[in-house]
Design a protein. Structure first.
Length: 523
């Protein structure tokens, strides 16, 4: 007598996966658990998360352009030469010159530069007829330069900083794209693993039904109720379904290996050989999606679209820069300086240096020269304009034309991306609606297949049917349950793909993105 065990197929679906965790080492993981592990361990994320940090370093490097530059200098020069004049004080003429300087240079946002410097020197010699020896000098100077055409203005001076900032934003958007792709890959692998496990259950239950029928046929052959051929057909069906079991087991192993690879669970201590037991169940609720709202959300949230828009800003800035570079160089230069001088004054006999007789000295030092320079005792200034016209500005505009073409190309790429996104969203929204209807349709087909099998089993009991028909209806029920299972998994995959297409996959999974830290998933 055949038991109506086909109802067990419906009853067992989605009722926990604990029986499959009978192995010694198993770990029950929800979808959120797998996503969190992937965020910690996925090698693709570990590589992508470094890109914003690298871009941030380049940005800091670009900003160093406006850091002041300090410079210090010291030199000493000793000269010695033979005397060629009878008026020299000795057979060998010597002189010594020491020089020290300090300056600070600062670039300004207008494209120009300001510098402030202070220098001093000491000079002494044994030549005759000198009135000051040693001699000290100091100079305080302030200089300003400003390009008026080429490289003039904040857009030109800050170009590298703006591009570096944009590149950082692009790298962050690209990291978000990697996170979205990884989250979707985890969801895809997770639901496919559940499908493989549940499909194995369906195959096992189908095998149990075939074995029950085989046992019944053997008993009936023994009492002469049916011909031995019925046993052979039942045994053949059992063998076929055992082969199906092997194929389903391989699918479970392959699906589990794929999920383990994506989340890189081997990086978790003590989890290298653990068996993953999914604890979540696929949703069976309908999700209503407005196409217009979905398109608007995608335009606001898609990181690849954001990256392309920022890249377009870089191309536009390159056009402005290239156009500026075909202008001639016209630079304004201004400077102001205040010198100071001091030294030891030599007093000669009869106030006449030609006597060569020094009768006294009035000491003087570097402090007096420095005081004169800092006190602006002697004011000097200059202003000038320099024009430089390279011949290339009349003969070659290749860089400007190339930058314009690059900008136009980026505009086309942006439009193409938006078009692809529109198509992707329409397809995802349509698939969401259709796949949910498929779930309902296959569920109804499964119910009908079960009722058909029950009716045929009753007919078999009273001799109004054959084993062949019952076996066929068992296969039909197994196929119907597999189709329902596949439709439900595909519906959940469609929801995951829709979130990825909208750019909301991180937000919906409570994943907070930080440019300085890895993405974190809230529990």
């Amino acid at each position: 007598m055949i038991k109506t065990s086909s109802r067990l197929i419906l009853a067992s679906l989605w009722i926990g996966l604990a029986p499959l965790a009978a192995q010694e080492s198993s770990k029950s993981l929800s979808l959120q658990d797998c996503i969190l592990i992937a965020l910690r361990n996925n090698l693709g994320i570990q590589s992508a998360v470094l890109s914003p940090l690298l871009a941030d370093s380049y940005l800091a490097w670009a900003k160093e352009k406006f850091l002041p530059r300090l410079s210090f200098g010291f030199s000493r020069q000793d000269n010695s030469s033979a005397s060629f004049s009878f008026i020299d004080a000795a057979e060998k003429v010597t002189s010594r010159f020491n020089d020290v300087s300090a300056s600070v240079w600062q670039a300004i946002p207008t494209g120009g530069a300001v510098s402030l410097s202070l220098s001093g020197y000491k000079s002494e010699s044994n030549r005759s007829f000198q009135t000051i020896n040693p001699r000290f000098g100091s100079t305080l100077s302030l200089s300003f330069s400003q390009p008026l055409l080429r490289n003039s203005g904040p857009k030109m001076s800050r170009r590298d900083i703006v591009i570096s900032q944009n590149n950082k934003d692009i790298s962050e958007s690209q990291l978000q794209s990697v996170l979205l792709d990884t989250v979707f890959s985890v969801e895809q692998a997770y639901w496919n693993l559940i499908y493989a496990i549940e499909n194995l259950k369906v195959k096992q239950q189908s095998l149990d039904l075939a074995r029950d029928l085989l046992s019944k046929n053997k008993r009936e052959v023994e009492v002469g109720m049916v011909a031995p051929i019925e046993v052979l057909s039942a045994e053949a069906e059992v063998a076929t379904r055992e082969a199906d079991i092997l194929q389903a087991e391989i699918a479970v192993t392959n699906s589990e290996d794929l999920l383990k690879t994506i989340i890189n669970i081997e990086a978790e201590e003590g989890s290298g050989l653990v068996q993953i037991v999914p604890s979540d169940q696929p949703t069976q609720e309908a999700r209503v999606v407005s196409l217009d709202e979905a398109l608007k959300t995608a335009l606001d949230m898609r990181p690849d679209l954001q990256a392309t828009r920022v890249g377009l800003k870089n191309k536009e800035l390159n056009v402005v820069y290239a156009k500026n570079q075909i202008l001639p160089d016209l630079n304004l230069y201004t400077s102001y300086w205040s010198p100071g001088i001091s030294g030891t004054q030599l007093l000669y006999l009869d106030n006449n240096p030609l006597t060569g007789v020094v009768v006294g000295r009035i000491p003087g030092g570097a402090g007096a020269a420095l005081s004169d320079a800092l006190g602006l005792r002697y004011e000097n200034w200059s202003v000038g304009i320099q024009l430089s016209v390279p011949v290339s500005i009349f003969t070659s505009r290749a860089q400007y034309e190339a930058s314009k073409i690059g900008y136009e190309q980026s505009l086309v790429e942006l439009a193409n991306l938006e078009q692809r996104i529109f198509l992707e969203i329409r397809t995802a929204v349509r698939a969401t609606e259709i796949n949910f209807k498929r779930v309902l349709g296959y569920r109804a087909a499964g119910d009908l297949a079960e009722k058909k099998l029950e009716a045929e089993e009753k007919k078999l009991k009273v001799g109004l049917s054959t084993n062949y028909v019952v076996l066929q209806y068992q296969r039909d029920l197994a196929d119907a349950k597999t189709a329902e299972l596949r439709a439900l998994i595909e519906y959940n995959l469609t929801l995951a793909y829709l979130d990825k297409s909208l750019g909301t996959g991180l937000q919906n999974k409570n994943i907070v993105f930080s440019s300085r830290q890895r993405a974190e998933a809230k529990t």
